[in-house]
Design a protein around this ligand. Structure first.
Ligand SMILES: Cc1ncc(COP(=O)(O)O)c(C=O)c1O
Length: 381
């Protein structure tokens, strides 16, 4: 079946008890057992829940995996993956990663004796030279966040595997509509389901998807032992959001492309980062790796300094000033002050996340309305 058919039907079979075309939400925290010591399909919602299992089946199908786990947030999913590691192990992470992932890697899991090196994952030589015999995990995003760098996931998988490390890909920005890292050799796909999967800014969630059943079993063990599972209501909302995922992502990408072109020719904009533009350094790779679109995220540098970007980002009326991304409503933010404020300033600047950078998450509003809103905001910069 095609992607958009699976998004509607896999895991979302009609309810056999009532014939309801939408499976019900199972809020029960515990399930009756056949006899002491005998277990049914479900026993306790932390260990498994029918509504969460339905979402996990959809996610595994859409990411071309064999198993998926849904978490209470994207960070909980990322944390679970890092708990595969032990003291003395090393992570190589792309330089252009979500600020919260940077914070988790540098300020939390280092306490468990796990070291981290940031390397620009779009520069394969620099990525390769960051790996050591202790590297057990390579963590990348493509497109990167917030500079939209494109990373060759197939090549990263080869590099990681040659060193005996796993490749994990945060696929939040691309979504499985545009990129399916497991098909390119990645071992783990991670999502902030809060973003495109949910798609409506009304749930917090995360996911890990794998192909290798043994790796799934290890991650399931950690998830069940630590407990950061997605709740039944969020699982239901996420399944509902996923039914329109392909339509949303494709429409958002088309509008983002037109906005990128508009911004590129604007006198108050010095640089636009969007992989759909032919002069983006990752354009050719993105055209190969991303399937039929370049996504709904872009960033741009305003002429001037921190204050100029602050004035522009604070002056939109339709674009709402908020972190997060991937929903039907368009959002605007200043990474240095918002999504990437948890980076050390020196690291942030070294990786090109400048003070005058603005990031857009393009929603489903009409292009003309979004363009006019940006035009009036840039006039304030
Ligand atoms: C690319 C990316 N990865 C991970 C996360 C973390 O996900 P959550 O906020 O659901 O914990 C975010 C959140 O903004 C994100 O943008």
């Amino acid at each position: 079946m095609h992607f958009r058919t699976r998004a509607i039907h896999v895991g979302q079979e009609r309810d056999p008890a009532t014939g309801a075309v939408v499976p019900p939400i199972h809020l029960a925290s515990t399930f009756v057992q056949p006899a002491p010591g005998e277990w049914g399909k479900f026993d306790y919602t932390r260990s498994g829940n029918p509504t969460r299992a339905a979402l996990e089946a959809t996610l595994a199908s859409l990411e071309s995996g064999t198993g998926a786990l849904a978490f209470s947030s994207g960070m909980a999913a990322t944390h679970c993956a890092t708990m595969l590691l032990e003291a003395g192990d090393h992570i190589v992470a792309g330089a252009d990663i979500y600020g919260g992932t940077y914070r988790l890697f540098h300020k939390v899991i280092q306490r468990a004796g796990i070291s981290v090196t940031l390397a620009p994952s779009h520069d394969l030589d620099r990525l390769r030279s960051a790996l050591t015999p202790k590297t057990k995990l390579v963590w990348v995003e493509s497109p990167g966040n917030p500079l939209m760098t494109i990373t060759d996931l197939f090549a990263c998988a080869e590099i990681a595997h040659r060193h005996g490390a796993l490749l994990a890909v945060d696929n939040t920005l691309a979504s499985p509509v545009l990129t399916r890292p497991l098909e390119l050799g990645a071992d783990i796909v991670m999502h902030s389901a809060t973003k495109y999967l949910g798609g409506h800014s009304d749930l917090l969630g995360g996911a890990l998807v794998t192909r290798d059943p043994e790796l799934h079993r290890k991650l399931y063990f950690i998830q069940n032992a630590t407990g950061a599972v997605m709740g039944p209501l969020e699982s239901f909302l996420c399944s509902r959001g996923i039914k329109t995922l392909e339509l949303r992502v494709r429409a958002q990408g088309e509008t983002a492309m037109m906005l990128a072109q508009f911004l590129k020719s604007h006198a108050k904009v010095v640089k636009v980062h969007y992989p759909g533009l032919p002069d983006h350094p990752g354009h050719a790779l993105a055209a190969r790796q991303m399937q039929g679109g370049f996504g709904g995220m872009l960033s741009f540098e305003v002429k001037g300094d921190y204050e100029a970007a602050q004035r522009a980002a604070g002056s939109t009326k339709l674009f709402q000033l908020a972190v997060s991304l991937g929903a039907v409503e368009s959002l605007i933010e200043q990474p240095s002050a918002m999504s990437h404020a948890s980076y050390d300033r020196a690291d942030r600047l070294a990786h090109g996340i400048t003070d005058n950078l603005i990031r857009l998450s393009v929603g489903l509003e009409a292009f003309e309305d979004l363009r006019d809103d940006l035009a009036q905001a840039l006039a304030q910069a």
